[in-house]
Write a protein that binds this ligand. Structure first.
Ligand code: MSP
Length: 624
């Protein structure tokens, strides 16, 4: 029997459309779900919407709709957005589901019968935005500590749950089980618990929207007492019962108290096994570290974002950029840089170079070789270790080390020079590269599933593979299918243009005059350096091109650059010349030969001149 793995996200309030924060949590859950599937485990992944409570009722009133109609419409946005991001949830929970409601009523009755729910009076503060009770001590400037909004004073007859009774048991469980990741959050929570745990008001009188108390129809359940049980009700069918207790609940730190103290106390009171782990991630803030909020107009809409960026770019960015557990910033510039540098340049180029060469030298048929030279450098155990420690960003960094090794393997072996001189070696190199791509299609699947599907297709792979297939030699001599690039470069200007249409401030960023300029920051991205031409030879397949080896002061290896200078210079005129090189240009293959930079020239009416410094310069000297 395979091991079971049950992962959950919070169920979100459908009081507005989903935003990038909701996407973030659900992407993380998806990555863990997919990772465990690839490990061969039996996985269950749930997400959904939390549809009761005062907040929803207020929103529905404002929209002039019945609450049911309102949540029916709003929950669709969440489901659609999660589907658009390829989130592989097995169940989309809705707390208005009659089965869920019935289950909650059963629990409430049980706790009441047991004496753990009693009638009393609640007096205190309440924040509708987070549907949470606060004491005077919790408030910051008399406002909700999370939403910084005005809180309501509540004084009403209510049913209370004896949460204080479970304080010690909960504390013990959290400590023994090491329930909360990261440790710093666990410490914080334990300290907060030491300040005391009060009984919890679990019903609202005079609120006509929620799970009705079975023994007192005037009361509906406090939304959290209803919502938390979704994790259990999702397993209440014959085929799913085995999944409880959950292996990981994933949430941000705003609802850590609810998912530890409230949730564990309720479970202990009801005699239901507790979940194993609470994975608490950080908050995503807008550029500049500012909290995202509707009123500031800086909320990032995940559906808008995918009009410009591939879904996989956003998934990749979210987990690579923000260490799990820390707060992070969603910066468009950082998103763009990761897209262009890591996805287009590193992964995309590796894929396109490999396929182009298999196409060119073997008519698209992957050559075979038994020499295992490259995949040994993919350290799966280490990657899995990072995943077990919830260090998703490090897992990706480790995979990227391997991608860089593969690119280095091409650069040092220079397969394009071997077609006639050493075809056997060429076969070995290209087989090893194709195998590496297959390995990448497996280990990257949980992170960027659309891309790994493309890689698999391009290698002619049809069967679903898992981590078990990380064995050298499984790739047959399939016919490759080169159908476009994995990722296309996104120019900052294009992105800015798009953004300017979207800006709510009403002032477009680019004016016709501004269109003549590139922003200063763009210039800083070009790395221009002095290079010395050390070797020069004509390109075997092109009349106007030279292949040059250029010393850029980068240590022992010179860079290979293909340049269209044959009509303008004799080789001896260029040899040992100091020229200006554009060094961080995306590497490309020109007529089968790789070029890693560009020689800058001046041109006027057909006359071309390379640029040389006036004084003798050191190779690698920077142009600025
Ligand atoms: N309905 C409750 C949860 C009940 S679970 C039994 C709720 N809903 S919520 O819509 O407010 O969602 C809060 C969660 O959304 C956070 O814990 C986090 O998972 C996600 N995020 C919302 N904004 C976020 C950011 N800006 N950054 C990261 N995650 C964010 O609380």
């Amino acid at each position: 029997m395979p091991k079971k793995f049950y992962v959950t996200t919070p169920i979100y309030y459908p009081s507005g459309k989903p935003h990038i924060g909701t996407t973030y949590t659900t992407v993380l859950a998806d990555i863990f779900a997919r990772w465990h599937k690839m490990l061969g485990e039996d996985v269950y992944f749930t997400t959904g919407t939390d549809e009761h409570g005062k907040k929803i009722l207020d929103c529905a009133k404002e929209a002039n709709q019945s609450p049911k109609k309102y949540v029916d419409e709003m929950s669709v946005h969440f489901k659609e957005s999660f589907e658009a991001y390829n989130l592989s949830f097995d169940k989309f929970v809705r707390t208005t589901d009659p089965k869920h409601k019935k289950f909650c009523q059963g629990i409430i009755q049980k706790l009441y019968d047991k004496g753990d729910i009693y009638k009393g009076k609640y007096e205190g503060w309440y924040c509708v935005s987070c549907e949470t009770y606060y004491t005077d001590k919790d408030l910051v400037d008399n406002k909700c500590p999370l939403h910084h909004k005005k809180v309501e004073w509540m004084e009403e007859e209510t049913y209370l749950f004896k949460m204080s009774k479970y304080q010690n048991k909960v504390m013990d469980y959290i400590k023994k089980q090491d329930y909360i990741f990261p440790k710093s959050r666990q410490k914080y929570l334990i300290n907060r618990m030491k300040e005391g745990v009060n009984d919890l008001s679990v019903s609202r009188a005079n609120l006509d929207w929620g799970v009705q108390f079975p023994f007192d129809k005037k009361h509906v359940a406090y939304v959290w007492t209803d919502a938390l049980w979704n994790y259990v009700t999702s397993t209440e069918t014959e085929s799913k019962i085995k999944f409880w207790p959950a292996d990981i609940h994933i949430t941000a730190h705003d609802i850590m108290w609810h998912h530890s103290v409230i949730w564990l106390s309720l479970l202990f009171a009801a005699g239901v096994k507790p979940p194993k782990k609470l994975l608490v991630h950080g908050f995503i803030n807008a550029d500049g570290g500012i909290k995202m909020s509707k009123s500031l107009g800086n909320v990032i809409d995940p559906m808008e974002l995918i009009k410009t960026y591939p879904v996989d770019t956003i998934r990749y960015f979210l987990v690579r950029e923000i260490p799990l557990g820390s707060d992070g910033t969603f910066s468009m510039a950082a998103l763009n840089a990761r897209h262009n540098n890591e996805l287009v340049n590193d992964l995309g180029n590796l894929h396109s170079r490999t396929l182009t060469m298999i196409d060119k030298y073997f008519q698209g048929k992957i050559p075979r070789s038994s020499k295992n030279e490259l995949v040994k450098k993919l350290h799966f155990k280490k990657i899995n270790f990072y995943m077990e420690k919830y260090e998703t960003h490090n897992a990706l960094a480790e995979i990227w080390k391997f991608i860089n090794e593969c690119n280095k393997y091409i650069n040092t072996n220079r397969p394009w020079e071997l077609a006639t001189s050493n075809p056997k070696k060429l076969e070995t190199i290209l087989y090893n590269l194709a195998e590496s791509l297959r390995y990448l299609s497996i280990v990257l699947e949980p992170f960027i599933p659309e891309t790994t599907e493309k890689i698999k297709k391009s290698l002619g792979l049809k069967k679903k593979e898992t981590f078990k297939d990380l064995k050298f030699g499984l790739l047959g001599n399939n016919q490759v299918k080169k159908e476009g690039y994995l990722f296309i470069r996104i120019e900052e200007e294009k992105k800015m243009e798009k953004k300017s249409h979207k800006t709510t401030a009403g002032t477009p960023i680019s004016t016709p005059e501004a269109g003549h300029y590139i922003p200063f920051k763009e210039w800083e991205k070009m790395k221009l350096r002095i290079g010395v031409i050390k070797k020069i030879q004509p390109h075997p397949d092109a009349d106007r091109l030279y292949i040059m080896m250029v010393d850029l002061g980068e240590g022992e290896t010179d860079r290979q650059i293909v340049a269209g200078l044959k009509e303008h210079y004799k080789p001896e005129e260029l040899l040992n010349k100091e020229v200006v090189i554009f060094t961080n240009l995306q590497p490309t293959i020109i007529r089968g030969v790789e070029s890693n930079g560009m020689v800058l020239v001046a041109e006027f009416e057909g006359k071309v001149s390379v640029l040389t410094p006036e004084k003798k310069m050191h190779p690698g000297a920077q142009i600025r």
